[in-house]
Design a binder for this molecule. Structure first.
Ligand SMILES: [Ca+2]
Ligand SMILES: [Ca+2]
Length: 229
C-alpha cells in the first residue's frame, strides 16, 4: 500500500523535473539568441545620446566627409574615427568599396551616408562640418545634415540641406551649445575643422584608434591610400 502511493508521486515529481529542465533549456537558448542578436546588428550604438547623419544622393561618386568637434576640442573625422565620446561609424567615399560580395554575387550599395554617434554628452559647444573631399562634377552637391538628440526623447537640433561647391569646399552646417538638457545658441558661423586637424600642434591619437595611417594625412578616395604631399 505504502509503495503504491509513493510511486505516482515520484512520477509526478520526475515529470515536473523533466518539464522544468526542458523549460530552462528552452529559456537558455532564447536568451542566448537574444544576447547574440544585437552584436550582429550592432551598427549604431543603441545607447547613443546623439546622432549626426550626413547623406548625399544615392550612387553619386563624390566623397563627402563629416567632421565634428566637441567642447573639449576633440575632432572626429575619417582618420580619427573615435574621439572623446564621439564615433564616426563609417567613412563613406562615394562609390568606393560600395560593392559587396554576397554568396559570390556582387551587390552594390547605392547609399551615401556617414553617421557620427555620441555615447555621452558634455556641456559646451559642438561644431558640425561637411567637406567636399572629392567632387566629380561641376554642379553643387546637395548634402543633407541631420543632428538629433536622442534622450529622453528624440529632438531634432538641425535638419538642412547644404550645397557643397567642389573639391575642398568645407562648410559649417551647424554649431550648438549644450547646457544640461538644453540646446542653446544654434548658429552657422563658419569654423574650419580641417585646418585644426592638419595643423601640427593638434594632438594626434587622442583616445582614438584610427590613426595608424598617420593622423593629419589625407587619404585618396579612389585608392584608399594616404596621400603624400
Ligand atoms: Ca567620406
Ligand atoms: Ca557610398
Amino acid at each position: 500500500m505504502f509503495e503504491e502511493e509513493q510511486e505516482p508521486e515520484f512520477e509526478i515529481f520526475s515529470a515536473l523535473l523533466f518539464n522544468s529542465l526542458k523549460a530552462i533549456t528552452f529559456m537558455f537558448f532564447i536568451s542566448f539568441a537574444m544576447i547574440n542578436k544585437p552584436a550582429d546588428e550592432g551598427k549604431v550604438d543603441p545607447k547613443a545620446e546623439m546622432m549626426i547623419t550626413v547623406t548625399w544622393p544615392d550612387n553619386n561618386p563624390d566623397d563627402v566627409d563629416t567632421y565634428v568637434e566637441d567642447p573639449a576640442g576633440n575632432i572626429v573625422w575619417y582618420n580619427q574615427r573615435e574621439a572623446g565620446l564621439m564615433h564616426l561609424e563609417r567613412d563613406d567615399r562615394g562609390m568606393f568599396k560600395d560593392v559587396i560580395l554576397l554568396d559570390g554575387k556582387e551587390i552594390s550599395n547605392p547609399l551615401n551616408q556617414e553617421i557620427v554617434a555620441f555615447r555621452g554628452l558634455e556641456d559646451g559647444e559642438y561644431v558640425v562640418n561637411v567637406v567636399h573631399y572629392i567632387a566629380n562634377g561641376t554642379a553643387p552637391l546637395p548634402v543633407q545634415v541631420k543632428v538629433e538628440k536622442l534622450n529622453p526623447a528624440v529632438k531634432i537640433i538641425y535638419y538642412q540641406t547644404l550645397q557643397l561647391k567642389g573639391t575642398g569646399d568645407e562648410q559649417t552646417a551647424v554649431r550648438f551649445t549644450l547646457k544640461g538638457q538644453d540646446v542653446v545658441n544654434v548658429n552657422t558661423i563658419p569654423k574650419s575643422l580641417v585646418e585644426l586637424t592638419r595643423s601640427s600642434g593638434n594632438k594626434e591619437g587622442g583616445s582614438g584608434s584610427g590613426g595608424q595611417a598617420g593622423a593629419g594625412a589625407p587619404i585618396d578616395a579612389t585608392t584608399g591610400q594616404v596621400v603624400q604631399k
